[in-house]
Ligand binder design. Structure first.
Ligand code: DAH
Length: 370
């Protein structure tokens, strides 16, 4: 705000008076144009109309008092016009302007009347959700969670799991291998893990028994995609090693887990099977959750659905673990292991018939799980 003092008037003819008041108006307008808030407006009002130091006062004392009697009337008239101009036009206009400036400021700060930007609520992917659900069933039994690399060595993925080089059981897991490793010994060659079982060995190498662990994770196989197969899928592995662990513990644990996942009415049954790393091995079937076991299209009229593999840890596997942890002595400890496909369980739980829906990223599908 300029506070140039008011100049003395030297001439009092009409023309000089008009010019002097025009200058005052220009001054006032210039300051007024810069007013952008109610505080600035108040300062402007004080500087021009203030009782003591207002410029209007100064004009009055300098010009009116100094004017020769014959010029007093003309000067007084212009003085009143100027005062009127200040009071009505300027103040009114400014008052409005500062109000809208204040309103704009307020709106910027917070306008709770605006609807706001809506953020869509995120949700866990059904695979992640199913995986955590499985993990929490076992966490409640005292299991902890283990992880391992998705790019794995031949040793952990196969050899230490008792698939010797050239063993036909390797053919059941068609493997994606990393290129150009022919010069490395077979055991060190890298591949995309075909199952989560290698984390059993990685865990035992790090921790002596007892071990109770679940291992959720991504696995890869060179399988053609169809309605129920995908070259990338997920598994949850389990391993329990302690003294006196028996097949009954395995049955009881998995029966409990299946009931926790699919409802207490579900029954389980164990069929002899083969896995290189367990002996004996079994496939676990659950009573069909769609027909309650009566027989339907989903269970191919059998009333049962095969869901996971399991068995008692093969002493040959403990022999590999003993290279790092001598306490895995099959004469003193025993254990069971199991492995299940997460997609398969999620498809059953949510009635999904195409595995590809999990990976398509289609919001129409994913928003069903919000
Ligand atoms: N690793 C097996 C597979 O991918 C699944 C499996 C079966 C894991 C039996 C286990 C087990 O731990 O005991 O086919």
């Amino acid at each position: 705000m300029t506070n140039d003092s008011i100049p003395n008037l030297t001439a009092f003819d009409d023309e000089s008076l008009d010019k002097a008041f025009a200058e005052l108006r220009d001054q006032a307008k210039a300051v007024a144009d810069a007013v952008d808030s109610s505080e600035a407006l108040e300062a402007f009002r004080l500087s021009w109309l203030g009782r003591k130091q207002g410029r209007l006062n100064e004009v009055s004392s300098r010009w009116l008092k100094a004017a020769p009697p014959e010029a007093k009337k003309a000067l007084g008239q212009r003085f009143n016009e100027f005062k009127q101009f200040l009071l009505t036009e300027l103040l009114l206009e400014l008052d409005q302007r500062s109000k809208s400036a204040d309103a704009a400021l307020k709106a910027q700060a917070l306008d709770i009347t605006l609807p706001g930007t809506r953020r869509l609520l995120g949700a866990e992917h059904p695979i992640t959700r199913t995986m955590s659900e499985i993990v929490s069933v076992f966490a409640a039994l005292g299991y902890s969670v283990g992880v391992g690399p998705e790019v794995e060595t031949d040793y952990y993925n196969f050899e230490s799991m008792n698939f010797p080089p050239g063993h036909p059981a390797r053919d059941t897991q068609d493997t994606l291998v990393i290129a150009s490793q022919e010069r490395k010994p077979l055991r060190d060659r890298l591949l995309l893990r075909t199952h989560t079982s290698p984390v059993q060995m990685r865990t035992m190498e790090l921790e002596p028994p007892p071990v109770r662990i679940v291992i959720p994770g991504k696995v890869h196989r060179n399988d053609a995609a169809d309605a129920t197969h995908s070259p990338i899928f997920h598994q949850v592995e389990g391993l329990c090693v302690d003294t006196h662990i028996t097949f009954s513990h395995l049955k009881g644990t998995l029966d409990h887990a299946m009931k926790a996942l699919f409802g207490s009415a579900v029954k389980t049954r164990f069929f002899p099977s083969f896995f290189p790393f367990t002996e004996p091995s079994a496939d676990v079937q659950i009573s069909c959750i769609f027909c309650g076991g009566k027989g339907c299209r989903k269970c191919k009229q059998s009333g049962w659905i095969e869901l996971l593999g399991c068995g008692m840890v093969d002493p040959a596997v403990f022999a590999f673990a003993r290279e790092k942890q001598p306490a895995y002595d099959p004469k003193k400890i025993s254990g069971f292991a199991f492995g299940m496909g997460v997609e398969r369980i999620a498809m059953m739980k949510y009635g999904i018939s195409e595995i590809g829906q999990f990976y398509a990223g289609d919001m129409r599908f994913l928003s069903l799980f919000v």
